[in-house]
Ligand binder design. Structure first.
Ligand code: NDP
Length: 341
């Protein structure tokens, strides 16, 4: 066994009450817990970055879903990257960087079979939580595989300045989209979409009804809609989709904190005449695309054809604020929590 000095206790976040509507600080507690030394086959990781992701809101509810709910009084898990500080397994050394699923804590002891080694020399460590990680694969697989993107398509993406959306729009442009339109929640984000990410048009969904703004931005209609938002965005997209258009149902963040059923989309019957295909997706179904995704997206990052932004919140004690900020739209690109400062 090899190891470096580690503290005997460290901080971790527990869910202590199930939020109703928007989560509040009292639903969470930052507690100190013993750091367990690794047993045979295990490693101990000092987390450097934690991921906060919209799907975590669903895990705070006690409902059956594709991912089990967080347990009350237990540490919340989630994506994290960090450095190995003790190892009891062959092939993983102290100092190696790894990606794993035990976030929301400073230190994690876990089975070495449950981590993926990553290379901080190829890309900044935090990128493995974003553009080279789960959100990146979501964008890549959702657009190209689920959405069956074709060169010449007109594409609309909502949540377009976020981790997934900013990549969807850029990948569509790189693959030959005729026109890419994005929606986001501030004037700064709208400017970024056009000037920073090369979208052809963008609008602030808070300025006027999505249906009106989308019709103005896409007078010829759209062929593919990548939905991160649901509700009025999905309804507007169903209205704007051309014959045999496709919609990738990736997320519905507009309703994650709702306590009543959403009102729409009210125009789903349009899908019949237009022969639309609306398909839900889960990134976990697309791991077979991982090597192709890393090669292609990694290449675009290296040659500068893909732009990637992060919003970094410093300190494990601010993880809850980072999470709420994500739901509120404080982030451009991927929201991460840095533990290294
Ligand atoms: P983002 O980085 O896009 O962050 C969330 C963004 O949602 C915020 O920045 C905010 O931006 C926007 N938002 C919040 N509330 C609303 C609202 N009421 N209406 C419109 N936009 C809103 O997160 P991700 O890129 O990580 O995730 C994007 C979507 O993809 C989420 O819905 C998520 O659940 C989904 N997802 C699904 C996966 C799957 O396998 N199906 C995997 C990964 C993500 P703004 O300022 O523009 O409002």
């Amino acid at each position: 066994m090899s190891e470096t000095a580690v503290p005997t206790v460290a901080r971790e976040w527990h869910l202590v009450a199930r939020p109703s509507g928007w989560p509040v600080a009292e639903d969470f507690a930052l507690v100190e817990a013993p750091v367990r030394q690794p047993g045979p086959g295990e490693i101990l990781v000092r987390n450097a970055y934690l991921s906060v992701d919209p799907y975590m809101r669903g895990r705070m509810n006690d409902v059956k879903s594709y991912v089990p709910p967080f347990q009350l009084g237990k540490v919340m898990d989630g994506g994290a990257v960090g450095y190995v500080v003790a190892s009891q397994t062959e092939g993983i050394e102290v100092g190696d960087a790894v990606l794993h699923g035990l976030g929301w804590r400073e230190y994690a002891t876990l089975d070495a079979a449950h981590v993926v080694k990553v290379d901080p020399k190829l890309a900044p460590l935090s990128y493995y939580l974003g553009v080279l990680g789960m959100p990146g694969l979501t964008a890549y697989a959702g657009l190209l595989s689920v959405g069956a993107f074709k060169a010449g398509d007109t594409v609309f993406v909502s949540g377009a300045a976020g981790a997934v959306g900013s990549l969807v729009g850029q990948i569509a442009k790189l693959k030959g989209a005729a026109r890419v339109i994005g929606s986001a929640g501030s004037a700064e984000k709208v400017a970024k979409l056009v000037e920073g990410y090369g979208f052809d048009a963008a609008f602030n969904y808070k300025d006027a009804p999505v249906r009106e703004q989308l019709a103005a931005a896409a007078p010829e209609g759209i062929d593919l809609y990548f939905d991160n938002v649901g509700g009025d965005h999905l309804e507007a997209a169903i209205g704007a989709l051309n014959l045999r258009g496709r919609a990738v149902l990736c997320g519905a963040i507009a309703q994650y904190n709702d306590t009543t059923a959403p009102a729409g989309p009210r125009n789903l019957a349009l899908a019949i005449g237009k022969r639309l295909r609306l398909e839900g997706m889960l990134v976990g179904d697309h791991s077979a695309l991982q090597p192709q995704f890393v090669a292609e997206v990694g290449g675009w990052l290296q040659d500068g054809s893909l732009r990637y932004d992060e919003t970094v919140v410093e300190g494990v004690e601010h993880a809850f604020e980072a999470f709420i900020g994500l739901l509120r739209g404080d982030n451009t690109g991927k929201m991460v929590v840095s533990l290294d400062s």
